[in-house]
Each structure stands twice: as C-alpha cells, then as structure tokens.
Design a protein around this ligand. Structure first.
Ligand code: GLU
Length: 305
C-alpha cells in the first residue's frame, strides 16, 4: 500500500488559533497513526493579507507543541512558477476565460447564496467573451454541469454541483495572484499529499479542488474534514477572535500539554495515560498510538478549556 502523506497548511494571515490546533493535530494523528509522513506548508500566497512575522511564530508555536514535520516547509509564495504552469495547461485546454466583472456587479446579478457563507455563484457574464467595454480582470475556469461526488472520511458521501454553488470560479485573481484552489491542488500533488485532513470550513471548497485535480490529471487525495471549533458567539471561530489565539496570554511551554489534551478531547479521542506534566512530544506519541478515527464526530462545538 502507498505510504500516507498528510499535511498541515496554515495561512499566515493571523496567528494560530484553537481551530488551527485541531487541524494541525487531526492531520498529524491521521498521518502518523498509519506510519505516514506529515508535511508543513505555508499558504502565504495571498500577500496582501499575510501578516509579517506570523509564519515564523506559527513554526515556533508548532515546535513548542511538539509537532515535527518531514522535509522542508513549503512556502507557496516561492512556487508561483508551478501555478503559472498549471494555469497555462488549463488555458491550453480552453477551460479558462478572462472576466471583467467587479464584485459588486457579480453580487447584483448572482443568484442568492446557496446556503454557503459568502458564496455567490458567478452568473457567467463573461463566459462567451468579454462584453463590450469590459476590461479583463480575473481569469475564471468553466465548471461542468454534472455533480462532483466524493466520500469524506469523516463527513461521509458529499456531492455538489459547482454551477449552483460557485459557478465558473477564479483561478487567477484580478490582482494577478493565483487563487487558493489552484495553488493548493498543485502543491498537494507536487508534494505527494494523498491525505488532506483540515477544518470543515473547507468542505464546500473540496469539489472545486477535485474538479481541478481531474482537469489537470492530478491524483485526488483522500479528504477528511474535521469539526470546527466554534467561537464565543457559537459561530465559526475566526482569527479575529484574538482571545483564542494559541500563543496570546498563554505560556505555551507550560500549558502546551494541557492544550493538546483538550484538542484530543475535542476530537473525541481517548486521553493517553501519562504522568501529569508529561512532555508534549510524549503526549503526541501516545495520542498517535491510541488514535481512533471513528471516534471523531462531525458536529462543530466549543473548544474545551
Ligand atoms: N491555508 C488554508 C487555511 O488556512 C488551508 C488550506 C488547506 O488545508 O487546504 O484555511
């Protein structure tokens, strides 16, 4: 059987928070419990949103918490040539077209969001050529009419019609940056990632990524979407909830073990029997040994503190 390769891919647009800890730990447990590799990638492609210093803080925080990754950290900001090559392939296939619509125009024309936060299905205005007077802004990919289906390792069978949820989506943004979906499938394939474990906020994006993988002839990894940590108001925890930043107001060297145990509890895992104040690396090793995927539930909830 092929060795599992998992990964954790935070965006350094704000400090790691409790939700990031769950994603890091969940992906680590899945990969390591099957003797697999666990890679670390910095999704620092969205340069206007990257906060200076955050990526280094993230690496330090992960180290303090005892996580060790295989190989070098991959920095998306250094991989634009690979994304350009993939875009070129899509262009050669005739799947990409320039779009001259602004967000406001799309918002005016798009059908009501399809139950997914902030999501407006692109109405296809520029699909058969830029209307007169419009300047090209972003590049979009034509999506198919049929449903994309996959089985998530935690959530179960999923299906989505891209046309309804997002329509032809952006692969290169109007500011010239490559879009996250394109970058992530290119990187996952280039690093041999065959297991993607991440927060359920990305579940609605997964069919877009599977579609891109199919078009580009890339392998489709196994997907597992973890329950989300909810914030003080019961909604999705956000990087803006500064109180939930991992490092802020916490002595991670002292409290890291307790945080890991709480993250294990959040994931429904049995707590390893270890002496109090056991080093984080021992907690992680023991958690890997007793990891049971089937105990992870799919309901979101608050982080037990
Ligand atoms: N960088 C993305 C985020 O922090 C996650 C990417 C992924 O796991 O595919 O939301």
């Amino acid at each position: 059987m092929e060795q599992v390769t998992g990964r954790f891919a935070p965006s350094p647009t704000g400090p790691l928070h409790l939700g990031s800890l769950v994603a890091a730990l969940g992906s680590y447990l899945f990969a390591r419990s099957s003797g697999g590799r666990w890679l670390l990638r910095m999704d620092d492609l969205d340069t206007p949103r990257v906060v200076p210093g955050v990526a280094d803080d993230m690496l330090r925080t992960l180290e303090i918490l005892g996580f060790s990754w295989d190989g070098q950290v991959v920095w998306q900001s250094r991989r634009v040539d690979a994304y350009a090559a993939a875009l070129n392939e899509l262009q050669l296939l005739g799947m990409v077209y320039p779009c001259g619509c602004s967000r406001a125009e799309i918002a005016r024309l798009a059908s009501a969001p399809h139950g997914l936060a902030d999501e407006l299905a692109y109405p296809g205005t520029c699909r058969s050529g830029l209307p007169q007077g419009k300047e090209p802004r972003a590049l979009r990919i034509r999506v198919p009419l049929d449903e994309i289906e996959f089985v998530d390792g935690i959530v179960g069978p999923c299906r989505q019609r891209l046309q309804e949820v997002c329509g032809d989506f952006v692969v290169r943004r109007s500011d010239g940056l490559f879009a996250y979906h394109l970058a992530t499938v290119v990187d996952d394939a280039a690093s041999g990632v065959n297991q993607v474990v991440r927060g359920a906020d990305l579940l609605p994006s997964t069919p877009r990524q599977i579609f891109l993988q199919r078009v580009l002839g890339l392998p489709v990894p196994d997907y597992c979407h973890l329950p989300l940590v909810t914030g003080p108001g019961g909604g999705k925890l956000s990087k803006r909830d500064s109180a939930v930043s991992l490092a802020q107001g916490r002595d991670l060297k002292r409290e890291g073990g307790a945080l890991l145990l709480n993250a294990l509890r959040f994931l429904g895992q049995p707590l390893p029997e270890l002496p109090q104040h056991a080093p984080v690396s021992e907690i992680l090793d023991a958690a890997v040994d007793c990891f049971r995927k089937e105990l992870i539930h799919s309901a979101n909830g608050p982080f037990p503190l």
